[in-house]
Design a protein around this ligand. Structure first.
Ligand code: FAD
Ligand code: FES
Length: 281
């Protein structure tokens, strides 16, 4: 049995700067040892522990779809010690990856459903994974209508510009892009906060509808009543949480919210589950 604390060695194959302020970069990794890519058998919504020897280890959501294997992508916001070091690394350098961790989105339970995806800021990473997966020819018929509302502060802060353009050209997904504000006269999409655009563009829920919501707490706070108004039951709203982590495998108790361990029982919870931890979430 593999030691869960031992990382897989991975090499940085590609680095893409996502945002105009260069605070977000997507790192594409290749596994160094044959067979490790199969052992790292992940689902949409799971995360990995990225480690840099002598610097530290951090949890980061998996941004690539399982259909993009054997490569695996992570989009990282430069915020402190480990992320700052990672942002200075170059293609060809080697680091560590543990995982996959957490429950991820219940893709089998989402089959046959209308999917509404609401994302804001860089929490959109695991939503990219989910959308890419659902849009693959072998998967698209497993899901009904797919609607995406995605917002960033400014046009230059939007992630995954190439993918957004490709999704927009398709007629089997509705993409509603918004920014908080812009002085670009050529801006062709929405302007306004994610909850307002959700209210304006998202479809009403029926018995087969599920919403997946990831974003900053303020976005989630104001999106919740909109989804309720649109008819989404708390059981049909999935959210991905973040918390401080150490082991990532449910052993150290560092990441608890009430009785739940975010790394092990989550990071994906339904809103109905989170309602049972009042004061914590
Ligand atoms: C399940 C999960 C998925 C995540 N996915 C992503 C992702 O896709 N992309 C991404 O850029 N970040 C993601 N994060 C957040 C990421 O783990 C932190 O930004 C990172 O640990 C900061 O490390 P650092 O050493 O650079 O910062 P530090 O020097 O440790 O701290 C700098 C700042 O980051 C904050 N911070 C530290 N650890 C965390 C943490 N675990 N969660 C939230 N804030 C933290 C601190 O409060 C401080 O403000 C995720 C976190 C979790 C738990
Ligand atoms: S990080 Fe150790 S229990 Fe969750």
């Amino acid at each position: 049995m593999k030691n869960p604390y031992k990382p897989y060695p991975v090499t940085i194959k590609n680095i893409r700067t996502e945002t105009e302020d260069k605070s977000l970069k997507t790192f594409t990794f290749e596994f160094d040892s044959p067979g490790d890519e199969k052992a790292f058998d992940f689902n949409c919504g799971q995360f990995g522990m990225l480690s840099i020897q002598g610097v530290g280890e951090i949890p980061i959501g998996i941004a690539s779809s399982p259909t993009e294997k054997p490569l695996v992508k992570f989009t990282v916001f430069k915020t402190g010690k480990v992320t700052g070091h990672l942002h200075n690394m170059k293609e060809g350098e080697v680091m560590g990856l543990r995982g996959p961790m957490g429950n991820g989105f219940p893709m089998d339970e989402l089959e046959g459903k209308n999917i509404l995806i609401v994302g804001g800021g860089f929490a959109f990473t695991t939503l990219r994974s989910t959308i890419e997966m659902m849009l693959q020819p072998e998967n698209r018929s497993r899901f009904k209508n797919i609607d995406v509302v995605y917002g960033a502060r400014t046009p230059g802060m939007l992630l995954y510009r190439e993918e957004l353009e490709a999704w927009e050209k398709r007629d089997d997904i509705n993409v509603h892009i918004t920014v908080d504000g812009t002085d670009d006269p050529d801006w062709a999409y929405h302007t306004g906060f994610v909850p307002a655009i959700t209210e304006k563009c998202a479809p009403r829920a029926d018995a087969d509808s599920v919403a997946i919501v990831c974003g900053p707490p303020i976005m989630i706070k104001f999106t919740r009543p909109v989804l309720k108004e649109l008819g989404y039951a708390d059981e049909a709203i999935l959210m991905s949480l973040e918390n401080r982590m150490k082991c990532g495998i449910g052993m150290c108790g560092r990441c608890n919210i009430g009785r739940e361990l975010v790394c092990h029982d989550g990071p994906v919870f339904t809103l109905a589950e989170l309602n049972k931890t009042p004061g914590e979430f």
